[in-house]
Design a protein around this ligand. Structure first.
Ligand code: OGA
Ligand code: NI
Length: 580
């Protein structure tokens, strides 16, 4: 029997407006399904951060459906028709719920994938009676895929929920419009790929609810290999909620997301989650690496920061650096003041004042670290282990910074080797901070809000109290102290280089009421006199250069005048005013 064909001609002008593209994030999809009748305590979407066994193991089970979002496939990437059951057979034998994506549905492929996910999980999810999805599935149960599409097109409840979900994303619409969603489900022991643009379910051999995600991986890898732009993939699962059974310990889980802001339910705001990224996957096969690069790119755009685990620096080296810092701060004032200076140009500087306009209660030791052999001569010889312990840590952090910069530049599509040599020989500036315990009087803030100068800062903290400002709504989020993790954030130079695609992170440190706190910030940039300017690859007619060029030396020259200026961030002073 012939398949019913899609309506020919172009989509009505209103299709794109009624069905705008959806951002593929669990936050967006969760709000969407929960508002349409999937009970919150029954099922939830999660990100999948890699295709390796460790990453898959961390995904909450049982998985009901897998959703892949990827750049629009090349036109010729269709499957041979013998993989498809004919329409007649499907009607009578195939229990898979399938709906076609017709042109008048605009960019509804995210919604279609979601309908495929929930529609094939009916035995696992008890939809709220008379909810949007309940009514939709009851009304379309006996229809064919094409008829269901026509029904969806006219379903105002679904269209409204879809456009609300679309408006909840944080990605620019133009960034998501080229993407396509497909869904994988296991029905009656068979793995089904459900793509609304195809004529029916594509069968991929046997599968079960227990092995669905693992079984889908080879098919997903195949799709990724066929599409060169492998950075834009995103993978999510719809999991049945089971009191977190099956999850690994949170702090080692690459999928662990720290949520700190209690958002009112259904507020449609993306939650302020701080990603934790397992970076040993950067050295795995190219498919996995592409996924990690994409996670980093997304974190840089959305939050301006992330934490890294499995970065390869041993716990003893990190502990050694914190011990060296703490032993230094425990020395007598006389000892420490040997390094005291008000001159920010000094190669090493100890300070307790608020001369920089942001310190309120901290004391600090700042010095350079790359290349080590040039700078170590200026470092303290007391405590005696300082040079060894801080030197080991600094060298390893420099290595991690190189890996991260490669990934960030790749995410900006500047290529992994971009500025590599200049960064290898660039500035590494260590700021050791010592904050006293908060004694319930005076100012709670130890270090006021500011952004750092370099490309990235990598921060090691003895306990939590760093807070980061979300650049879209200026709210503060506390960064958790995850054992063994390092916090990474974007500095002014990267905002400039990315021509504003990334924003330097505003952050501050609060005093801890339980104990004093030590942190070591490692700031990475180009060499002292090397100017950083907007990358020419990121400047065009539509995106003119937004910032003046500057060097690390320019930043140091800017500092002394800054507090008179009512403390302005360096990057603000670089912005080119285009309204003039
Ligand atoms: C810094 C800094 C944060 C912290 O030194 O620039 O932001 O938690 N430190 O100490
Ligand atoms: Ni800082």
């Amino acid at each position: 029997m012939a398949l019913p064909s899609s309506p020919s001609g172009s989509a009505p002008a209103s299709a794109g407006e009624r069905w705008p593209p959806l951002e593929s994030s669990p936050e967006v999809f969760n709000q969407f399904v929960w508002s349409l009748g999937v009970p919150e305590d029954e099922a939830e979407f999660h990100d999948v951060y890699g295709l390796d066994a460790d990453a898959l193991d961390m995904v909450p089970q049982p998985v009901l459906a897998v959703i892949l979002c990827f750049p629009d496939p090349p036109q010729d990437a269709s499957y041979s028709s013998d993989l498809l059951l004919s329409y007649g057979e499907r009607e009578t034998r195939d229990p898979v719920y399938f709906i076609k994506q017709i042109e008048s549905l605009g960019n509804a492929c995210g919604t279609i994938a979601l309908i495929h996910a929930v529609g094939n999980s009916s035995s696992e999810i008890n939809l709220v009676e008379n909810s949007g999805l309940d009514v939709f599935f009851k009304s379309t149960a006996s229809m064919g895929p094409y008829e269901r599409a026509l029904f969806l097109e006219k379903d105002d409840a679904m269209a409204k929920a879809h456009s609300l979900a679309a408006s909840a994303g944080v990605t620019e619409l133009c960034d998501v419009v080229e993407e396509h969603y497909i869904c994988f489900v296991a029905v009656n022991g068979t793995l089904n790929e459900l793509d609304g643009m195809k004529d029916g379910p594509i069968k991929h051999g046997s599968s079960s609810s227990k092995s669905l995600l693992q079984d889908a991986v080879p098919v997903i890898k195949g799709i990724m290999r066929d599409i060169p732009d492998s950075i834009s993939f995103n993978l999510m699962v719809l999991s049945r909620k089971q009191n977190n059974a099956g999850r690994g310990p949170a702090c080692f889980s690459p999928t662990y997301m720290a949520s700190h802001l209690q958002l009112p339910r259904g507020s449609w705001l993306p939650s302020h989650t701080l990603p934790v990224i397992n970076i040993d996957r950067l050295s795995m096969d190219e498919v996995v690496r592409a996924l990690v690069i994409q996670e980093i790119a997304l974190a840089c755009r959305k939050q301006g920061c992330f934490q890294v685990v499995n970065h390869g620096i041993s716990k003893s080296v990190m502990k050694g650096a914190l011990e060296a810092a703490s032993e230094f701060f425990e020395l007598s004032t006389e000892h420490k003041e040997k390094f005291a200076s008000a001159d920010v140009q000094q190669p090493i500087r100890y300070d307790t004042s608020s001369r920089d306009g942001i310190s309120t209660a901290r004391s600090l030791l700042k010095h350079y670290a790359n290349p080590l052999e040039d700078w170590v001569q200026f470092w303290p010889i007391n405590p005696p282990t300082y040079r060894k312990k801080m030197g080991d840590y600094a060298a390893e952090i420099q290595g991690v910074s190189m890996q991260l910069m490669e990934a960030i530049f790749e995410g900006l599509r500047l290529g992994p080797l971009y500025l590599q040599e200049k960064l290898e020989n660039g500035v590494q500036f260590l700021a050791l901070n010592n904050y006293p315990q908060f004694l319930h009087c005076g100012d709670k803030v130890g270090l006021g809000s500011h952004s750092d100068c370099g490309f990235i800062t990598i921060l090691l903290q003895s306990s939590a109290r760093l807070e980061v400002m979300h650049h879209e709504d200026d709210t503060w989020t506390a960064v958790p102290a995850i054992p063994g993790a390092l916090h990474v954030h974007i500095g002014d130079n990267l905002e400039v280089l990315s021509n504003g695609q990334l924003k330097s992170l505003v952050h501050r440190a609060i005093l801890n009421p339980d104990e004093s706190r030590i942190s070591i910030a490692s700031i990475h940039g180009l060499s002292m006199n090397e100017k950083v300017h907007c990358a020419k690859e990121l400047v065009d007619e539509e995106h003119p250069e937004m910032y003046k060029e500057s060097s690390f030396q320019d930043f140091l020259d800017f500092l002394p005048s800054n507090h008179e200026n009512n403390y302005k961030r360096f990057v603000e002073s670089l912005k080119i005013d285009r309204d003039e």
